[in-house]
Design a protein around this ligand. Structure first.
Ligand SMILES: Nc1nc2c(c(=O)[nH]1)N[C@H]1C(S)=C(S)[C@@H](COP(=O)(O)OP(=O)(O)OC[C@H]3O[C@@H](n4cnc5c(N)ncnc54)[C@H](O)[C@@H]3O)O[C@H]1N2
Ligand code: MOO
Length: 466
């Protein structure tokens, strides 16, 4: 594979270009759609994973739950009492009590009765179970007794016949069912040790930058890594399995080896997306034979973000891997996370069956904007809210602005600069501000954060508003 020609964007304006020229980066909504396409494409090659019952809770069934046995698996006594054969009174077969979990007892002959416990296998020849409290035994001689019924006995009473609930091979639940505690119980009863669930997307985070410290205070030009501690938990909250967060520095060789050797479905890099002397992401992608699907997005902050398809990597032949390059500025990285990584991961872990109305591809021309039915509802429409205050817009690009929800309004927060996290840390979501800005009262899409927010109440305290 090679870099796509022509590139869909020119991320860096020519030196003599006037400021604020519309660049050829991908429009924000189209970039999200491209990320969905990438996730959907990668999903097609993923086989369900068998996980032990205890780990399946909360996931969805990747395949229908088909009974592996008849339920009940044998004719079962529903009560403690007597297995009887034919009409009474019955001769009691002493010393042959049948308990649950035992091998089948000897067949009962017409006119015989044998003691039986709830859940025990009903012996062949049994025509009914007589509850203890509906019976009387009269001793006729030492070791001999006769059993009499105190009520009418109906054939088959208190016997749960084999297969009453299901036959082996019956579909008990359809694919896509959420695994609840009750589903775990049913699955265990039906013979399952493991359940087939969609594999969680595996993500590896590569944090670039020689200037980053992992502890202590900034000093001598060095700053704290704000993205390493943030991205892993954020991706986990999005349902990903985070394999590792690795600090790579600004070493192109180490970055190449990490990208080429990653077994993850999604490699997420931070920093190094621009054109500075140590911004190695583009060079490494080129060397790795990656296909750039999105190279720059018309969004502020975060416009140098990118999405690429990588070669298969070490995990298995045909493994579809992608890389999302997040810009280094921390709020720009959040923007890339919500624009590219989150929709890709959502599509990758979507548990609805794939449609077959059009061959899947993650790099069909941007001009082909007819959605497949897999994409039709994706990314799912975010909630909308009126914005309380005027929000300044970018002339050509979408803006993502941290907001709190307060009294039915989205209230924009200060400290929304590309390098700042103070706004997003107090926010309930990010408002999507169209090019040109928004008037007070204008309805805006709000991107939710993948954790419970206080919907204003707690976040407002100490937050600074524009
Ligand atoms: N000539 C150009 N320069 C820049 C452009 C451009 O289009 N042309 N875009 C600017 C924009 S916008 C952004 S955003 C950044 C993106 O830069 P990179 O992705 O290459 O990121 P870095 O240069 O590595 O870092 C940028 C900035 O962020 C700080 N940083 C990086 N990683 C972390 C981290 N883990 N935690 C905290 N802070 C981090 C880094 O120290 C820099 O200050 O490029 C502009 N330049
Ligand atoms: O991505 Mo940058 O300024 O747009 O932070």
């Amino acid at each position: 594979m090679s870099l796509k020609e022509p590139l869909p964007v020119a991320p860096h304006p020519a030196p003599d270009a006037p400021a604020e020229q519309p660049h050829r980066a991908t429009a924000w909504a189209e970039a999200r759609a491209a990320a969905v396409r990438a996730g959907t494409f990668a999903r097609a090659g993923r086989a369900p994973l068998g996980v032990p019952l205890a780990r399946a809770l909360g996931q969805v069934l990747a395949e229908p739950l088909v009974a592996l046995t008849d339920l009940p698996p044998f004719d079962t006594s529903a009560m403690d009492g007597w297995a009887v054969a034919g009409p009474g009174p019955w001769t009691v077969r002493e010393g042959l009590d049948i308990l649950a979990g035992q091998a089948p007892g000897a067949p009962t002959a017409d006119g015989e009765a044998v003691r039986i416990a709830t859940g025990a296998r009903v012996p062949e020849g049994t025509t009914a179970v007589l509850r203890t409290e509906h019976s009387r035994t009269d001793r006729t001689a030492p070791g001999d007794a006769v059993l009499r019924a105190l009520r009418e006995v109906v054939a088959g009473q208190d016997i749960r016949p084999r297969g009453q609930e299901c036959r082996s091979g019956d579909e008990l639940l359809p694919a896509g069912t959420r695994v609840t505690p009750a589903v775990l119980g049913l699955a265990a009863a039906a013979g399952y040790d493991e359940l087939p669930v969609p594999p969680r997307p595996r993500v590896e985070i590569l944090v670039l930058g020689d200037e980053l410290l992992t502890s202590g205070l900034p000093h001598e030009g060095l700053i704290r890594d704000a993205l390493g501690p943030m991205l892993g938990p954020w991706l986990t909250a999005l349902g990903a399995d985070v394999l590792a967060t690795r600090r790579i520095g600004d070493d192109a060789e180490v970055l190449y080896a990490a990208v080429a050797g990653s077994a993850a479905d999604l490699v997420l890099t931070t920093g190094g997306t621009a054109a500075g002397p140590v911004d190695h992401v583009h060079g490494v992608l080129h060397r790795a034979g990656a296909t750039l699907l999105v190279d720059g997005v018309k969004v502020r902050p975060g416009h140098p973000m990118l999405l690429a398809r990588l070669g298969a990597g070490p995990a298995r032949p045909g493994h579809v891997r992608h890389l999302v390059g997040l810009p280094g500025n921390p709020l720009a990285a959040v923007s890339g996370l919500l624009t590219l990584a989150a929709p890709l991961l959502k599509a990758l872990s979507d548990d609805r069956p794939l449609s077959d109305d059009r061959p899947l591809s993650d790099d069909r021309p941007l001009s082909d904007d007819r959605p497949t039915s897999d994409e039709r509802n994706e990314p799912s429409a975010p909630p909308r809210m009126p914005v309380r205050d005027e929000v300044q817009g970018h002339p050509y690009d979408t803006r993502l602005v941290p907001v709190v929800r307060r009294g039915g309004w989205a209230v924009p927060l200060r400290y929304h600069g590309p390098a700042m996290l103070r706004g997003i840390a107090a926010a309930d979501g990010l408002a999507v501000v169209p090019p040109g800005g928004a008037r007070p009262g204008q309805e805006l899409d709000i991107l939710d954060l993948p954790w419970p927010t206080a919907d204003g109440a707690a976040s407002v305290q100490g937050a600074c508003f524009t």
